[in-house]
Write a protein that binds this ligand. Sequence first.
Ligand code: PRP
Ligand code: URA
Length: 208
Amino acid sequence: MPVIEVRHPLIKHKIGLMREGEISTKKFRELTAELSRLLSYEACRDFELESCRIKGWCGEVEIEQIKGKKVTVVPILRAGIGMLDGVLDLIPSARVSVVGIARNHETLVPEPYFERFVGQLNERLAIIIDPMLATGGSLIATIDMLKRYGCQQIKALVLVAAPEGIKALDAAHPEVQIYTAAIDSHLNEQGYIIPGLGDAGDKIFGTK
Ligand code: PRP
Ligand code: URA
């Protein structure tokens, strides 16, 4: 199973607050950013460290630092943009690759409309960000693109995942780890996650 539900009390509290039906755009955005920081923290847990010596206030001191990890963060337009600042707060030197995918509201098929990847993808860890994993179509399409450009290390951060999407991901890309704040019950007939958050893109951008 490629999914890691991060069961930290702060994460569970904040994702619960996001489910409030009348939540404001401001609050939804703030919570999206806070959860993105917390999920990033968890996703970086296996980064390798190396020792080095620096000049400290009382002479030389040995410190640990992250071992030359090249990271690209990959927001899926539009809603993934809402998670970007939170992730960059913790990984400020990451490069940003952008993928535009719109889910067709009738067929639920992902329709890619934009891609702009940074260089050296074969040497980078790609961290895909998108608040919602519903059928999994958008995330699978993004992973397919990254792999076509030679990327070999891929993780994804989502706020809410549906069992249907997790199953599809597991079948298509079982090695990709997905970090999520919640695994919800199911998809409804319109492909929305239940109980979910509603339309995350609309809530982050204040549309509708
Ligand atoms: C939403 C969401 C994901 C996708 C998830 O985006 O942000 O990208 O749907 O659904 P899936 O797992 O079934 O592919 P949407 O296409 O509605 O666009 P938006 O971000 O512009 O709102
Ligand atoms: N996209 C959303 O924004 N919400 C869902 O529940 C499913 C897809």
